[in-house]
Design a protein around this ligand. Sequence first.
Ligand SMILES: *Cc1c(COP(=O)(O)O)cnc(C)c1O
Length: 415
Amino acid sequence: MAGQTVIVSGLNPAAILQSTIGGATPAPAAENDHTRKVVPLSRDALQDFMVSIITQKLQDEKQPFYVLDLGEVVSLMDQWNAGLPNIRPFYAVKCNPEPSFLSMLSAMGSNFDCASRAEIEYVLSLGISPDRIVFANPCKPESDIIFAAKVGVNLTTFDSEDEVYKIRKHHPKCELLLRIKPMDDGNARCPMGPKYGALPEEVEPLLRTAQAARLTVSGVSFHIGSGDADSKAYLGAIAAAKGVFETAARFGMSKMTVLDIGGGFTSGHQFTTASAAVRSALEQHFHDEQELTIIAEPGRFFAETAFTLATTIIGKRVRGELREYWINDGLYGSMNCVLYDHATVNATPLACMSNRSNLNCGGSKTFPSTVFGPTCDALDTVLRDYQLPELQSACSSSPVSHKKSKDLLIGFALN
Ligand SMILES: *Cc1c(COP(=O)(O)O)cnc(C)c1O
């Protein structure tokens, strides 16, 4: 591995700079050196690194940029393998399609969940083979199905008869996973149930339709919902999936061999609980299934904590105690997760450039602050009533780093 981090411009994913911590060049690893361990950056190292990017002007003048911590990606994969050792992740590309990130996941054995032709093209362009992709969108335009057939993506999901007819017409070799609706959406911030998943009473007719169309239904998928979903929802969903396996067997269909437990995972202690729930449900319902392949579609699990965004303060207004700042990224850019995903954002100042031993101004007096995005829409407000020390605008080069927080989607960080 060349370096531990990759810096990616927040708004222009093409502008990727590769660098190492503090800009130092690492000693080249010997050919067969497997001893170098990649570890996540500490909070301080991450901040130092961000400051070094800014002070060395490695990034386009004051433009927002992301730091992708590859060490964190390695650590997340370790966490995954420890909690769900026999479940292959198909990373949900929609959560963050950054190419270095996808390549890293691929190198560590992850496969990919694509939701559109564009995502499939993207993954294939990285040299990843089509048999490592599940086209996990239950309702696809015909043109996308034709494309999947052409490039050899042969596994997809469905939850309607209409989809069966489209697939029979354009991609009859494609294997299907019946997406079911978990009865319990786990109180997720972003429930999936209202949009996707067959109801219990729809399972039999859908299997019959697929059978009549001579399509292979190779298994079942579900998604319990994203964002702090209650892991108990996996229990009911896995039990329901087993019921579908049994129904298919009763109908004399070819034996189902794939169980896809979807996404909804959050790294850290929540993953410990969720993975234990999944293991126990699998033990209870699927221990007697021979030749079963279990897959999952984690998205936020890998994308949330691996990225940290740095932005620049471009304007400031003082109203009594209140400090108001404008930054050069917002809800119409990298932080659309606040709008679409009910995410919350944590910010850390990277302002005290003159005092490198106290970059985040720890101990300074703080003020209730508002942080606005750059557009003229008042909705474009990133933080309200947030305590921050006194910061200056860009003329004095004081960026704000948005720290890792588990609530976030897409490349915007937190903690
Ligand atoms: C969004 C999505 C995912 C990823 O969900 P997370 O909760 O981010 O893990 C997985 N599968 C499908 C079909 C999705 O739409």
